[in-house]
Design a protein around this ligand. Structure first.
Ligand code: ATP
Ligand code: MG
Length: 272
């Protein structure tokens, strides 16, 4: 990209039903990794093997990418909803336009997906009438409706006000419990710990550690990982307000993944 090498030989495997959390400091390449995996960014080299089909990333053609994308869904940090479409229309748009489904069929699938994220009653609402948490849940419903084999989420809660984070994490946790295969880039360390099967830790465009969640948090014999986790717990410890919000979240989402040991973390740097 622009002559600068951002990712240096990243290798990852994802089994069906597995949840992989991608962690790492700001600028470490997490978003770039997801964007490459979804062909939103063109990798200079490498391949992706999905359901036994190999795609050469730099030379992938439009049709190949479109076919690949039938199996994947992407959830963006800033929801990316159409402002002039209702929640249901946002969810059904891709089904009707890209998949060629008839409107009634698309709406049936769309309503089911909205039901899954607890927003069936908001089907006719426009995004401007929805909270950030609700908008992100619509975006997740859109991802579910596409019937993907894997959902990739890039910091799905980082644009949200603290009190809205829990509801979105709760929905993602439910998806994980339903067996959805997911790659989640997140700064919600406690959430990653509770939902992920494996952790991929990146730094400076490299995968520093890729291991089971339990080992990552309990063994973590890597210096970089220790520093990263240390800096996070320091920030959590120092911020009374955040701690209070976590308590509130836990109270209002008793089934939520955000329960208990969740540590919400604000990033140091600004958005790029
Ligand atoms: N389009 C681009 N062109 C050139 N450099 C880029 C581009 N996008 C990102 N970068 C650089 O690539 C590196 C990795 O960025 P990336 O956005 O993937 O990091 P990140 O881990 O997602 O960070 P954050 O936690 O802040 O979201 C950074 O140094 C960034 O400045
Ligand atoms: Mg990012």
């Amino acid at each position: 990209m622009g002559g600068t090498e951002i990712l240096h030989g990243v290798d990852l495997t994802l089994d069906k039903g597995e949840v992989l959390a991608v962690l790492g400091p700001s600028g470490s390449g997490k978003t770039t990794l997801l964007r490459c995996l979804n062909f939103l960014e063109k990798a200079d080299s490498g391949q992706v093997i999905m359901l036994g089909r190999t795609i050469n990333m730099p030379s992938a053609g439009r049709r190949e990418i479109a076919e690949y994308r039938r199996h994947t869904a992407f959830v963006f940090q800033n929801f990316n909803l159409f402002a002039n479409k209702t929640a249901l229309e946002n969810v059904t748009e891709g089904l009707i336009v890209a998949r060629g489904l008839a409107k009634p069929e698309a709406e049936q699938i769309g309503m089911k997906a909205l039901g899954k994220v607890g927003l069936a009653d908001k089907a006719d609402s426009y995004p401007s009438r929805l909270s950030g948490g609700q908008q992100q849940r619509v975006a997740i419903a859109r991802a579910i409706a596409a019937g993907p084999d894997v959902i990739m989420l890039d910091e799905p809660t980082s644009a949200l006000d603290p009190e809205l984070i829990g509801e979105v994490l709760h929905v993602i946790k439910q998806l994980a419990d339903d067996g959805m295969t997911m790659i989640i880039v997140t700064h919600e360390i406690g959430f990653a710990r509770s939902v992920a099967d494996r952790i991929l830790f990146m730094d400076g465009g490299n995968v520093v550690v890729q291991t089971g969640t339990k080992d990552f948090f309990e063994k973590n014999d890597n210096k970089r990982v220790r520093e990263f986790l240390g800096s996070l717990s320091e920030r959590i410890g120092l911020n009374e307000h955040d701690t209070q919000n976590q308590k509130n979240d836990s109270a209002s989402h008793s089934n939520s993944a955000s329960h208990g040991k969740r540590g919400r973390v604000r990033k140091k740097g600004g958005r790029k």
